[in-house]
Every structure is written in C-alpha cells, then in structure tokens.
Design a protein around this ligand. Structure first.
Ligand SMILES: [Zn+2]
Length: 589
C-alpha cells in the first residue's frame, strides 16, 4: 500500500505562525503540508518530535546568500540554524546583470590579493570577469557564464541549492553594468534610462524587488533623482524597495577632527523615496539614528531607539507599507585578531603578526601607527575609530582570547584600567604580549534597551545581513576576516536572547518576526506558516538545548539544538546533521 504521508512529525509543540502554540502532528505529502493537528496515519518517514518545537522555517528578510550560492550550494550556515528561505540581493548587490567588470567574489579574495596586492584599499572594487574566471576555473573548476538574472537562476537550478531564494536585483550591480569603471559620478539621463531598462528586465525575469546600498560604492555616487527614477520602476510590478540607508557617510580619509553624518537623515531619505514612488519598503538593518557623545546608558539607548523609529512610524501611520529588519548579534565583527583592524596596513607590509608585535616594542613605530590612524587613510568603523569615537572606542573593543587569561573576555577600556595606561598603549602592549590574541567589536546596538525598542516593533523582522558559508572560511591575508557571527547563529542568538532567557517576546511573536511577517511582506506565498496547504518548510528545534558553540564573537560553529530542518518536504537537517540534499527553489515572481 502507499502511505498517505511522506513525513509525519508527531508529538511536536507546534508554533504555526497563526495560532498559539499547541501539541500535535504535522503531515507532509510531497512538497506541502496537508494535515496539522491531532491525527495519526501511515508515513514513509516518522519524526518523533517529543520535547521539540516545530515552527515555520525562518525567512531571512535581509540576506547576501545569492553571492555565495554557487560556491556553497548546501547553504550550511543558514540551514543549520533553521533558515529555509532568504530574500537575497541586498545592499545594492545581486549576481546579475553583469558587465565585463564585476565585484570580487568572497571565495577569491585571497587569490585576487595575491594577484593585485595593496596597502590601504583595493584600487577598484571591480575586477575584470576574465580575471575572475581564470582564477575561479583554477580554484573551483567552473566559470561565471551568466549575465542576466534569468541566466543566474538557470545556473542555480542546475546546481541545486538547499534553501529557497527570493531574488532582488541590486541597483549597484545595475549601475556597474551601465557605467562600468566610470561610476564615480552622477549618471546621465541616458544612463538612468538604461538602468531602468535593466531593472525592468530583472523584474520581468522574476525578481521581487530592488535593493540599494546608499553607503556603498557605487550607489554612494548616485544622486537622489537617479534612485527615485529607478525605484519608480518597481511600482509597475508591485515590487519591493529594499534600501541599505545612508548611515556611515564618508568612508575614506576620516582623520582626526572629521565629523560624521547623522544617520537619521538617511532614514528620512529612504522614507521619502518610498513615499514618492508609492512602493512597499523593507528598510535594511535598523541601527541608531544618532551617534551619542555622552556615554551610552540604557535610558539614552531607549530614547535614541524610539526617535530612530519616528520617521518610519509616521509613514506607517499615513498608510505606507513599510517593514524593517534588525540583526540579532550585538557584535558586528569578529576582528578576528586584536591587531587585525587598527594595524592592517602594517600587517600587509610586514607579513606577519609576529613581525608587527616585534616592531610594536619600538616607541617610534607605535607613534607612526598612531599617526596613520589620525591620518584616516585606513577605513575604521565609527565605533572603534579613535578619531571619530575618541571617548568610547576602547569600550567597544573586546579581547576575546589572550595568552594572559586575565584579559580574556574583557573590554580594551577595562584592560587599560588594569594596566593603568591609555587604551592605545594598552592595545599595543596586548599585541606585543600575544600577537595572536583575538578580538571583536560590538557597537551601540549592544545596548539592550535600544535593541528591544527595535525588536518589539510590530513591523520589525529578523534579518541576518550575511551570506551562506561553511565553518572553515577565513581570509589568509590581513585582516584575516572570518564571517560574522550571525552567519552561523543569528536566529539561535535571537531565540536564546529574547525568548528563552529574557522572555521579552513570546515564541509566537518570535515566529512572526523570523518567518511569518517576512514571508507575507515579500509576497512569498504559502510559506512562513505551518498550515495545511503551505509548503513544508519546517524548523524543528530542541528549544531548551539551543546553544551557540564556541567563543560567541568568533564562532564558526553550527549551533546545537537544530534537530531537523525540512525544505519543500525534504529533510535537509536530520538529527542535527546536514543531509546534503538541495531541494531549494527560486521563488521568482
Ligand atoms: Zn547593508
């Protein structure tokens, strides 16, 4: 006899995205859920979910997975935390349309550096496709042959991916395609017309919207009328505008005395664009709208959080369809070595951390390093930039691992107090003592009261702002980057931090933010819920045993507690292990 179900998940606590949590079973036939509740029946596969929680697979509202699918089709880092769908192509970058010069892929960053070394900044973010393909062929055995989104989709369909992909086209990618290497200027009317044609084509090919990266090259060179004109195309398609708003302002030559932009203006700017075009908008990765000069306190954090949301709340009250996403980890960046960021150029010149540590014993050299920081030649994030954040930079820098254990897990400012020295001398001393010591930086979002204001908002979803990867990737060259912690444990962190440990939001609310709302807002049909008729995208978690593995700030480990993950009715994580199947779909319109 043939079984009624392919899979029955029994004895689960089910949080289905619609109702309060309840106990029951989920029956899956083919790619869809066809029964939920109290029933039994015959199934090819029975998953006993006693003690486990079944919820809709997470829908990441802000992902860069598309730039790594061809290299990591198993999408390990996302799948292993229960994420089954990504809205990808964010911050202005998508895999197509491509011209003859393209952005450097992550998987070739070391090879490109070997070929074209630099001291401060790569001379161009663009590399010829011919060069990329030569290197890629040698390292990975294949070449980038797609030029349009449709051709990219075809490539991905042939390769297979483990998760679903809702595609955006990136305005920055379109701009590169039209302007090539001559992108550091405003576009002409004719070029804007060409961009609109390319965006229309990408939308016709199935993209669900368009992203922009207003802080990044090349979008940072676009004027408002170009952005408005390009966003207006989306209206014809009921497409979604996904802006990375202007938060950092200028990123080069930020020396002593340079002022910084008030980020709030960047929020007002994207809200205006959304209103003018009359389109839906998901604003990327919310962050504080102001930099605060007095030391951050819970009260200041909360107030800044509320004021940051004000322009969005006003527009929502006027009837505009707006959501925004927020990143779970308060730490943006594992450095990962304590010396990685403030000394990158010297690491490049001297060739090793040991050599740097040797030279840091020399007073003259220390002074030279400080002069370099004051000159602003090397980009440093605001929070750990001694020029921009003289008062607090050392309070944002964690020492995650040091030979002298007394420094493990404390802030640079605390270490400075212990040593009785200023933070700069302390940093140099710590590197001299242990060149391989590890570090990470947090930022203002680390103020819990502020994060809570963001996350509690009914229009806030969880977005990880990372790509897909395995647990091994790191850059061989300085700054020796490793993927951000959200890559491996963003959802795990969110659930542990806001549901299990603080009870700040309920599990039902968490499911809304991690799955239901992002699916609904992005017009992703029949996902983000575990109701009969929905696609069988399911995350089954051992909620009590959810655990981030390793040193959190530099974790390249998959979390514990993700028991099963099902994508389109196929078991992709089975008893905590990736099965290697690739049942993901491209959710093109
Ligand atoms: Zn971004």
């Amino acid at each position: 006899m043939t079984e009624e179900f392919d899979i029955i998940i029994k004895n689960a606590t089910i949080v289905d995205g619609v109702h309060d949590a309840f106990r029951g079973s989920i029956g899956i036939a083919g790619e869809r859920i066809n029964k939920v509740g109290d029933f039994s029946g015959d199934a090819v596969r029975l998953i006993d979910a006693t003690g486990l929680i079944a919820m809709p697979g997470f829908v990441d509202s802000h992902s860069h997975a598309d730039n790594n699918f061809p290299w990591y089709p198993d999408c390990q880092s996302a799948i292993m935390q229960g994420c089954t769908t990504v809205v990808a192509g964010q911050c202005g970058g998508s895999p197509a349309p491509l011209g003859e010069y393209i952005r450097a892929p992550m998987g070739l960053s070391d090879e490109l550096y070997d070929l074209m070394p630099f001291v401060y900044h790569s001379p161009s973010p663009l590399v010829s496709l011919e060069t990329i393909n030569e290197l890629n062929k040698e390292k990975y055995g294949w070449t980038i042959d797609w030029r349009t989104m449709e051709e990219y989709f075809e490539f991905i369909r042939n390769l297979g991916i483990s998760m679903n992909y809702a595609p955006l086209v990136g305005h920055g990618t379109v701009r590169y395609k039209v302007m090539g290497e001559d992108y550091k200027r405003h576009a002409t009317d004719e070029e804007v017309a060409q961009m609109k044609t390319l965006i229309r084509q990408a939308m016709d090919e199935g993209c669900i919207g368009m992203s922009v990266g207003l802080d990044y090259v090349p979008d940072v060179f676009a004027d408002g009328s170009e952005i408005d004109a390009c966003v207006s195309v989306l209206k014809e398609y009921n497409g979604i505008y996904a802006p990375h708003w202007r938060r950092t302002g200028r990123r080069r030559n930020i020396g002593r005395g340079a002022g910084y932009a008030e980020p709030l203006e960047g929020i007002v700017e994207v809200v205006e664009t959304c209103k003018k075009a009359g389109v839906k908008m998901n604003m990327a990765h919310i962050a504080p709208g102001w930099h605060s000069i007095p030391p951050m306190t819970p009260h200041i954090g909360k107030t800044v959080g509320e004021a940051t949301l004000a322009p969005l709340d006003e527009a929502i009250a006027e009837g505009h369809d707006i959501t925004f996403d927020c990143i779970p980890w308060e730490c943006w960046e594992p450095l990962p070595y304590l010396c990685s960021v403030h000394f990158t150029q010297f690491l490049r010149l001297q060739g090793s951390r040991e050599k740097l540590a040797e030279w840091l014993k020399v007073e003259e050299f220390r002074k030279k390093c400080w002069d370099e920081i004051e000159s602003g030649k090397l980009f440093q994030r605001v929070v750990i930039n001694p020029c921009l954040n003289a008062a607090h930079w050392a309070e944002n820098l964690y020492i995650t691992k040091h030979d002298k254990q007394e420094y493990d897990g404390i802030l640079l400012s605390e270490a400075a107090e212990k040593m009785g020295k200023d933070p700069w001398e302390t940093l140099c001393d710590l590197i001299v003592e242990d060149p391989d010591s590890r570090g990470s930086h947090k930022d203002y979002r680390g103020i819990e009261e502020q994060m809570k204001v963001f996350f509690k908002h009914p229009r806030c979803t969880v977005g990880l702002d990372v790509s897909v990867c395995d647990e091994k990737w790191e850059r061989r060259h300085p700054p020796y980057s490793i993927p951000l912690p959200d890559t491996y444990s963003g959802y795990t962190k969110f659930l542990i931090r806001y549901v299990r440990e603080s009870n700040f939001i309920s599990l039902e609310e968490a499911v809304q933010k991690c799955a239901t709302l992002p699916a609904k807002f992005h017009n992703i049909k029949d996902r983000g819920m575990l109701t009969p008729g929905s696609y069988a995208d399911v995350a089954i978690l051992d909620f009590e045993k959810l655990k981030i593995v390793g040193i959190p700030e530099e974790s390249r480990n998959y979390p514990e507690g993700t028991s099963y993950v099902i994508v389109n009715g196929n078991v992709v994580v089975d008893s905590g292990k990736h099965t290697g199947v690739r049942p993901g779909r491209i959710l093109a319109k």
